[in-house]
Ligand binder design. Structure first.
Ligand code: AMP
Ligand code: MG
Length: 313
């Protein structure tokens, strides 16, 4: 079988690594410009790290009803879809709990602060507190609630970035990865999209990691090993169990999931970390192939996750 010639470009976006691949290398620059535009638009709409994002304006004025942009509406809908599908294991109101755990700035700046932290069980207000009308594009958040779309906005950016890249190229296929949240659009290369599964999206491609080949949809990884920090001797990480307001304490340190879109893959990978043991049945019920790594580093392939095929060397 012959292979498809690919155009590949690496960059940074949304505070993480971005990679764009297209099957029409001659149109790479157009694809990149189109993907960049939509990713920047998502950042403007839904970032919680930027005071000037549309989401930050909504969070700053509880009780007020906002008419929001189509893009923020889409990101809110994706976040609330996650909550509905997971029975609240993924909850876009974890914002203040994440902040209380010390993740209140770009991750690169956190490790400098190792002072002790008072970790009271903080109430996660719950996604049902958000008043959102998708059709009218109105939203209001009650006092004490802070929306955090961290788990879905990046995945949505991958989905929309891949679609925009494909549209700009006009034919073939496109892949966008943002920190390991990968979306595929259009036709796959002849031998499929080779995706390396690793716990750290910064891992280089010549590491001894397994790769799988997928044709369409999305794949996402959530991990408690990468965004992890210590405050006063307590190891914390960035995935919160909404039922306790504390970092999730289940058996999986990393979860990768394949789904029809990157948003759905990401909903499921975050949910798997929060759900712990019961994620296995939930993933099977939703037919979502997953690769779960436990705290001893043992890999559990569930719900049809492919066996490793080729190794990149
Ligand atoms: P991910 O890496 O996709 O699992 O997303 C983790 C990010 O989502 C965190 O950095 C938080 O901003 C946010 N987050 C943490 N816990 C949750 C949760 N239970 N539901 C929704 N978002 C969460
Ligand atoms: Mg993710």
């Amino acid at each position: 079988m012959s292979t498809t010639l690919l155009g590949i470009v690496d960059d940074r976006a949304l505070g993480t690594n971005m990679r764009l691949i297209v099957t029409r290398p001659d149109r790479l620059a157009d694809a990149k410009a189109a993907a960049d535009r939509v990713i920047k638009a998502i950042d403007d709409a839904a970032s919680r790290f930027r005071d000037d994002s549309e989401l930050s304006r909504v969070n700053r004025e509880p009780g007020r009803q906002f008419h929001v942009s189509a893009l923020l509406a889409r990101a809110l809908a994706a976040g609330l879809r996650g909550a509905r599908l997971t029975g609240g294991a993924v909850d876009p109101t974890v914002g203040s709990a994440v902040r209380l755990a010390g993740y209140d700035r770009d991750f690169a700046d956190i490790p400098a602060d190792t002072s002790p932290i008072q970790l009271a069980v903080s109430h996660v207000p719950g996604w049902r507190a958000i008043l959102f009308d998708e059709r009218a594009r109105t939203v209001s958040v009650p006092r004490g609630v802070e929306i955090d779309l961290g788990a879905t906005a990046k995945a949505l950016a991958s989905d929309l970035g891949a679609a925009a890249a494909l549209e700009a190229v006009g034919s073939g296929g496109a892949l966008v990865s943002l920190g390991g949240d990968i979306a595929l659009a259009g036709e796959a290369p002849l031998d499929g999209w080779a995706v390396q599964t690793s716990e750290d999206s910064n891992a280089s491609l010549d590491d001894d990691e397994e790769t799988i080949s997928i044709e369409s949809g999305g794949i996402a990884t959530s991990s408690t090993t990468v965004r992890r920090w210590t405050r006063g001797g307590t190891v914390l990480h960035h995935i919160i169990d909404p039922s306790t307001g504390l970092p999730a304490a289940g058996p999986w340190r990393t979860a990768s999931v394949i789904a029809a879109t990157c948003v759905d893959a990401n909903i499921a990978s975050t949910a798997a970390i929060v759900m712990g043991e019961s994620a296995v049945a939930w993933l099977a019920k939703h037919r979502l192939p997953a690769r779960l790594v436990d705290h001893d580093g043992i890999v559990h392939r569930v719900s049809g996750w492919p066996e490793p095929s080729t190794r990149l060397r």
